[in-house]
Design a protein around this ligand. Sequence first.
Ligand code: FAD
Length: 634
Amino acid sequence: MANFFTDNDDLSFYLEKGVDWAQLAEVTEHGFTREEGFKNVAEAAAFYKDVLTMVGELSAKELAPSTAAIDKEGVHVEKGEAVIGPAFQKAFGALTQADLHRLCVPRELGGLNAPLLVYFISCEVLGRGDIPVMAHYSFHSGMAMAMVMFSLKEGSTEVDASGRITKTRFAKAIEEISSGAAWGCMDITEPNAGSDMAALRTKAEQAKDGSWTVTGQKIFITSGHGKYHFVIARTEEAKNPSDPLSGLAGLSMFLVKTYDDLPDGTRKRYVTLERTEEKLGQHGSVTAALDFDHAPAELIGKRGDGFPLMLVLMNNARIGVGFESLAVAESAYRLAAAYAEERTSMGKPIARHELIADLLEEMRTDIQGIRALAMAAGFHEEMATKKSLDVFGGKAHGEASKEVRHHRHVARRYTPLLKYLASEKAVEIARRGMQIHGGVGYTKEYGAEKLMRDALVLPIYEGTSQIQALMAMKDTLVGILKRPKDFVTRIGQARWRAMSSLDPLERRVAKLTSLSLSAQQYLLTRTAAVKLKTLTDLPVASWKDVMTRSWDPKRDFALAMLHAERLTRLLADEAVAEELLSQARRFPERKELLERWLERAEVRARALHDEITTTGDRLLATLAEKGEAKASGA
Ligand SMILES: Cc1cc2nc3c(=O)[nH]c(=O)nc-3n(C[C@H](O)[C@H](O)[C@H](O)COP(=O)(O)OP(=O)(O)OC[C@H]3O[C@@H](n4cnc5c(N)ncnc54)[C@H](O)[C@@H]3O)c2cc1C
């Protein structure tokens, strides 16, 4: 019987040995001390494998056969409610029946207590069956976990001496979501504010009795026909446009219940579902526009905490898009590889034509490289979160512990690289998949065009590729400015390893790292040179301060911003190579993958380095001229 988990050797590698499940299970299972939990790593790992094997079968049997019908039936609005087609309902019903919405919810809240990484892998496996079903699935267990995290962060969850949750603010909603009767969603985007969150205008007002209401319009809300909405709204009045409260600091997070189902079978709505968007792809997924008119709301955390709270959700959501992208890419690759074996041209299967063989091999290599990055990002994000909270069996050292800081650092470095690389590659691989199908790729017969349509939104939602690139660039360069000595040490170490390592693969990875560091050094040197020029108008006493402290990425990093996507691709190639090298050292059978990755990444890295160090000045000069002309009113 077809199984989308067990038919994937690369995924099996991660379940068998590629992920340190001992660490993850230890912290998730509270050191294996609980009566109701697993007793050791072997028991826990066997459960994770059983779940994923079941998900793999379900995806192949219930989702994949319905995917074309789900795409065709789409969704629409009737009498103010979203109408979902029967094919979607049937496929999604199979997930609910399998009790999958409880997957990572803590046991004391009625959940199965699996690690989030198991949930992320389940997303990839389900996405291979159907992307909209997987997208809707991610607004269940993931949102219930967000509720747990928010209540822990605001301190409203009570735990006993052993760290068991005894009382939590959102218990009722968590149970509704776990049972599949409700789901959550994330309401950030507005008509005039997408990437620019500081421009959000939806307003929250507090009445004299302390209660809150939210008023405004939110658009593009995935699974926005749901009951529980995490809404970002403005609560603080700014004194003037330069007051930080006019930007991100003035935002707060609210839980808005959009409706109640009454005992008489009718629904009482507090928020209007205006429309569902007609989209290029992901037709089975509801993308809603909502109108909030003094909708009752509950503040989460403190006033002004909206942006940091949203990041808790967003970091995991971005890793989620990494796994979703892998699902699309894996489907597209497999479809194309199978077609290329079956279709003959000029006397042989097209898979034997050098050009097509090259395309297919690159697709497979990219998928495996990205999966290494996705597993590492998911692992470190989860370890950082759980190790910082005693309720998850961490040692309650909080963010300050060295271990937590290490996991946090890697997760922060890898997350934008993953979101960028995985989503961009999913589009590229889906397009190649279509191309390999020739004329039938452009028809609906094989499903290749559907994957292309489903893929195209991946570099847009949860922060566009450009926003990921800006974040990765800013974190990298500001990190160097904060710790210049570390940077110099890293340059020295990479050069030394590139020359003297006994392992030829390590020498090649070190050369790639050297190229990346050289591009970073170039961008910083050029940026510093521009900054130095500004010193001439300032008193000498302030020079040190300006050069060491007062860096404003928006003002000072023009060249780096221009090259942010190129730098991000270089950083991602470097990160994947590091991860694959670490795997190859432990498991010699992974050397072949690292070699395949390096063969292509080395050439790419040299080209990216050249582009960064030789282009951009002409365009920056033009932009500067335009800026000056605008300032002078010309
Ligand atoms: C199918 C779908 C589902 C979605 N689901 C949700 C959801 O569940 N919840 C939610 O809140 N939102 C959701 N969104 C909204 C999505 O997150 C936004 O569309 C996205 O953040 C981009 O915002 P925007 O559309 O306003 O584009 P803009 O921000 O206007 O960007 C337009 C272009 O300019 C680029 N750009 C913007 N600023 C910069 C800059 N400073 N430097 C360089 N380039 C820049 C962008 O990368 C993009 O290419 C969804 C969108 C879609 C299409």
